[in-house]
Every structure is written in C-alpha cells, then in structure tokens.
Design a protein around this ligand. Structure first.
Ligand SMILES: C[S@@+](CC[C@H](N)C(=O)[O-])C[C@H]1O[C@@H](n2cnc3c(N)ncnc32)[C@H](O)[C@@H]1O
Length: 261
C-alpha cells in the first residue's frame, strides 16, 4: 500500500465526521464551490456509461454519478470505515474495498474512470494510473482531480499569531542576502515529497509532485492528455468566503486532469 497507513487509519477512525463534512456543501466549500463544479464540468454525458469511482470515500460522488445518468457506478476505496457509510447510504450502488494500485476488475470493464482528490495520497502515480488504464475500454476517459503543485510546494511558518504559507524568495536590499521559501522541485525525492496536513480532525499525508513528474507518470501509464484544468472558484465561494475566493482566484489548490485511453 503506497498510501500512508496513518492516513487510512485517520479516515477509518473519523469516517462519520468526514462523511458529515463531505455531505454538507456549506462545510466542504473547497468541494462544493471549487473542485466539484470544475471536475463535473469535464465529465462526458453519463447516460449509458459504466463508471468506476476511485477513492470514492463515503459515496457522495457515486450518488451524484448515479443520479446524473450513469448506467452503472462502482465505487472503490481503501477505507473500510468510509465504505461502510457509502454502502449504508447507497444500497443501489456497488462498492469494494480496494487499493487504487490493485483494481480487482477484468481488463476493459468501464467506460469512464473518475477520481476526486484521492490520487495525491499515493507516492507513485504510475501503478494506479496503469490500473485505471487497464480497466478502461478503448476510448474511455480517466478524469481526476488532485492537489496542485503550487500549493503543495509551499512551506508553512507561524510568526506573531500569523500563519504563512510561502513559496518564493526574499532579498535583503542592504546585504543582498537571499532567502528561499518552499520547495517545488523536491530534488531529494526526484520530484516527489510527502506533505503533512489536516482535513478537519484527520491527519493526512499527501504527496507533492512537480508538473513534470505528473506528466511523466501519466504518459508512462499509456494515457494521452486531453486537458489540464486549473479551476476558478464559483460565485457561491465569493459569497461564502470572500478571502478564500480571492486566494483561489489567484493561487490554485487543486487541478483537474482529463486523460484518454
Ligand atoms: C479527500 S477523500 C475524497 C473522497 C471522495 N472522493 C470525496 O470527494 O468525498 C480521499 C479518499 O481517497 C481514499 N484513498 C486514499 N488512498 C487510497 C488508495 N490507495 N486506494 C483507494 N482509495 C484511497 C481515502 O480513503 C479517501 O476516501
């Protein structure tokens, strides 16, 4: 398992809280007013499609996919706790406990693979992308969202009651001393580095990777890249949280990939 075991433990132990967060659009504003509208805008017409949702969590997106026309929706996730909630809330949808690096489906089982904010939990995208490629029918799309490397490259510091997230440089105009903040290139990990964070009460590890590394892993897996979207927040975000709206209008947190087999 390439996902950090403590991340999986965190999701399992806080499954109810995560589901409450993900099910309430006014609580999960990063989803409802930013990431979900952006990823949904990239989806094809779902009518007649067999869809696998990879890292489906407590099933909020699988419900949406089924309610919006998909012929069949199958959800997979590594968290037993989240799947229990998904199954209880959506008895008409099929769920399986699976690691996205080992999808236990025959080749060419689905027309569309969908994944929302899950792939950045694995340290090596290649295995998971190759699995998505294998289970897709020819011409099928893999549409997924993940953390944007601009965001995960930042370093954090708290000074005088203010928390800073920094990526950039500072040059003292008297001494010319140069200080660099953040680490985009992550040379030690050849473009990949673990980044700790919290999602409500859940401690998680996600993996930063450079744009170049992402592209390398996508192309190695066999997919062609149709589009990469760096979304804007919606007007609902402007009303709900104007400061966050301004931040997300200028500095991305997430991005969307549209890949084709
Ligand atoms: C931020 S949640 C997103 C859940 C859901 N897609 C949503 O938008 O509400 C990330 C999900 O990825 C799942 N996940 C992390 N690593 C995984 C892996 N290796 N295989 C399958 N699922 C994984 C977690 O268990 C969690 O449900």
């Amino acid at each position: 398992m390439a996902t950090d075991p403590n991340t999986v433990k965190g999701y399992n132990e806080n499954a109810e809280a995560y589901n409450n967060h993900a099910s309430d659009p006014t609580d999960s504003i990063f989803h409802s007013y930013y990431e979900k509208p952006a990823i949904r805008a990239e989806l094809p017409k779902l009518e007649g499609l067999e869809v696998v949702s990879i890292g489906c969590g407590s099933g909020v997106d699988t419900r949406w996919l089924a309610d919006n026309g998909a012929k069949k929706v199958v959800g997979v996730d590594i968290s037993e706790g989240l799947l229990k909630i998904a199954k209880a809330n959506n008895p008409d949808i099929e769920y399986h406990e699976m690691d996205m690096e080992h999808l236990d489906f025959p080749d060419e089982s689905f027309d569309l693979a969908y994944s929302s904010l899950a792939i950045h939990y694995v340290d090596d995208w290649t295995k998971s992308l190759k699995e998505a490629y294998r289970v897709l029918r020819s011409g099928g799309a893999y549409i997924f969202s993940c953390g944007h490397p601009i965001d995960t490259a930042m370093e954090y510091a708290v000074e005088d009651d203010t928390k800073y997230a920094r990526l950039g440089r500072m040059v003292d105009q008297v001494t010319q001393k140069r200080t660099t903040f953040g680490d985009y290139l992550a040379n030690e990990g050849k473009g990949v580095k673990p980044v700790g964070g919290t999602l409500g009460t859940i401690d998680v590890i996600v993996y930063h990777r450079t744009f170049g590394k992402m592209i390398e892993e996508v192309l190695t897996s066999g997919f062609s890249i149709e589009r990469v979207v760096e979304p804007q927040p919606t007007t609902e975000m402007q009303q709900a949280n104007p400061d966050m709206f301004e931040q997300l209008s200028r500095i991305p947190t997430f991005m969307i990939w549209v890949l084709r087999k």
